[in-house]
Design a protein around this ligand. Structure first.
Ligand code: HXC
Length: 519
């Protein structure tokens, strides 16, 4: 292009249009966003992408609506900023809703912008990350706005299991708008800023009479501890964005790739401390994260949903530099029993790892499924079945180590040999049986106990005989259900060697449209 005056004017006009578009809803609304303690959409993207460098797409898109005064509220780019760039040096796509433009409310064109960037992410096999900060459907647009949501939801579904999808909740997310995040793989929330609910406090009050604040209804605390909707919570946006990047570092770009191996700890440090973790009394608790830390590289465990269903622990780590998903019963919480929430939490994680070629290491210490009327009536049968289904269908390398208890149905569920596990190891402290000694003796020796001269002494004698005979790993090992009984100190080395050997594992499930997991 010749550098004449007319062209100079065109460039100036372009620059000024772009500058104007980058102001979103304008200085007053940016100020109001800051007063709420929130970053702007573009500040979020700048923090997220490497060197704050990203390319914006559709910056000049405008809504075409005329109703209810919308013709007087037209902003370049509308209520969402869509962009691509590099994160951790890898191609990444993102969108950030701009609350300064009509409260980030989703118009048809905003929905189409998000759909376009999702399509780009999928075509290029790269993760998509959404920063949600929106008053929901743009009320003035009516059904057009709902159609905009539809465009997003269908892509969330179609790209599920194809490219990692992450949502960061940094503002309101109300009504049906919550369902896009809910379909994505991981939800991050920032305390006091992000809220998610189907209906806000006013509607709740008018329908049920309950009075509750926005934060108590849909803030990060209830979603991280009670509903299980949020996977991660952070105090501020910058910490949260760093955590999103860390999570991405454990993941592959898409379902056809493996996670990138990093030059990490390739040695197998002495694991003698693992010999000391299991308490002498088999009913005593211990923290399974101490076991995880001594198996993975550099004790760098990235735990997911750490405050929800704490009886099971899930998260990512690396072994000799390669990503693994870890699932572990947590004896320090409810004795590590499996209940409804733990089953859901672990099942979804197992399926995520399987979809993205991340091997799964399972650490087992489980006394069984949680008994109780509430659990039965809430559907522990249906929910527990999800975990069996998830493990059974997973074709990635699967390794289990039974640390202590593996009783009954829970033994089978936690990646037993029959669910197509690749390697099942047990520590000498493992107790593998249909049920715990006390329960077993009560059932099979009730008569003998009650008819004896000293029922208490007889009961204790029978329990001790049962323990000696059944509560060991050797019967299972003698039948090949356990591949080896190992010195706990060798756990890391054994797992690491197996992961290297199984890294080329090939296993396909029978062809089908899709299975019918008990949802
Ligand atoms: C159009 C909206 C809007 C919306 C907010 N605004 N929500 N405009 N459609 N849904 C506008 C406001 O008019 C205001 O414009 C600006 O955004 C900022 O809003 P404020 O209310 O001043 O902000 P704040 O006090 O922070 O409150 C935020 C809020 C509140 C809690 C999100 O705005 C609110 O309750 N909005 C409505 C939420 C809602 O009910 N949405 C529909 C849900 S149903 P000005 O010009 O003054 O800056 C739904 C269905 C989806 O989403 C279905 C998908 C399948």
């Amino acid at each position: 292009m010749p550098d004449n005056n007319e062209n100079k004017n065109l460039i100036e006009q372009l620059n000024s249009k772009r500058e104007n578009a980058q102001k979103g809803g304008g200085d007053r609304r940016i100020e109001s966003q800051k007063k709420k303690g929130k970053l702007t959409a573009r500040e979020r993207l700048a923090l997220f992408f490497d060197n704050s460098d990203y390319e914006e797409v559709d910056i000049f898109v405008q809504h075409q609506s005329k109703d209810l005064g919308l013709d007087k509220s037209v902003y370049d780019g509308d209520s969402v900023v869509t962009a691509y760039g590099f994160v951790n040096g890898r191609q990444t796509f993102a969108y950030a809703q701009d609350f300064t433009v009509l409260g980030g409310s989703l118009s048809l064109v905003a929905g189409k912008k998000i759909a376009k960037i999702m399509d780009m992410a999928s075509k290029n096999g790269a993760p998509i990350i959404g920063f949600n900060d929106s008053g929901g459907a743009r009320i003035q647009e009516g059904v057009d706005s709902l159609a905009g949501y539809g465009e997003v939801f269908v892509r969330n579904t179609m790209y599920s299991g194809v490219i990692p999808q992450i949502t960061v909740i940094v503002g309101p997310s109300a009504g049906g708008a919550v369902y896009s995040p809910a379909i994505t793989d991981f939800i991050f929330m920032v305390k006091d800023i992000g809220q998610m609910y189907i209906t806000g406090p006013d509607v709740v009050k008018s329908v049920t009479g309950e009075e509750i604040s926005h934060e108590d209804l849909g803030g990060s605390v209830p979603h991280a501890t009670k509903s299980g909707v949020a996977h991660f919570v952070y105090d501020d946006e910058s910490q949260c964005i760093n955590a999103v990047k860390k999570l991405l570092s454990f993941l592959p770009q898409n379902n056809l790739e493996n996670a990138k191996k990093i030059d990490g700890n390739s040695s197998d440090p002495n694991g003698e401390i693992l010999r000391t973790i299991i308490p002498e009394k088999s009913t005593e608790p211990y923290n399974v994260i101490d076991v995880i830390d001594n198996i993975i590289d550099d004790k760098d465990f990235f735990e997911i949903q750490s405050n929800y269903a704490q009886n099971i622990v899930i998260g990512f780590g690396r072994i000799r530099g390669s990503s693994v998903g870890i699932v572990a019963n947590q004896p320090a919480h409810m004795a590590g029993m499996l209940d409804i929430n733990a089953s859901d939490k672990a099942a979804r994680f197992v399926r995520f790892c399987d979809a993205y070629n991340i091997p799964i290491v399972t650490l087992v210490d489980v006394p069984g499924f949680m008994p109780g009327v509430n659990q039965e009536h809430q559907g522990i049968i249906r929910h527990g079945a999800k975990l069996i289904y998830a493990y059974a269908e997973a074709t990635v390398p699967k390794i289990s180590v039974i640390l202590r208890k593996a009783y009954g149905g829970a033994y089978i569920v936690m990646n037993s040999k029959e669910l197509r596990s690749d390697l099942n190891l047990a520590w000498p402290t493992a107790e593998i049986a249909v049920m715990g000694p006390e329960g077993a003796v009560n059932v099979i020796s009730r008569k003998e106990i009650s008819e004896s001269d000293d029922p208490q002494a007889t009961r204790e004698k029978l329990i001790s005989e049962y323990k000696e005979k059944f509560s060991t790993p050797y019967i299972a090992a003698s039948r090949g259900y356990i591949d080896d009984v190992i010195d706990p100190a060798h756990s890391r080395k054994k797992i690491a060697n197996a992961l290297e050997i199984f890294s080329k594992k090939y296993l396909e499930n029978p062809p089908k449209k899709h299975g019918n997991i008990p949802l």
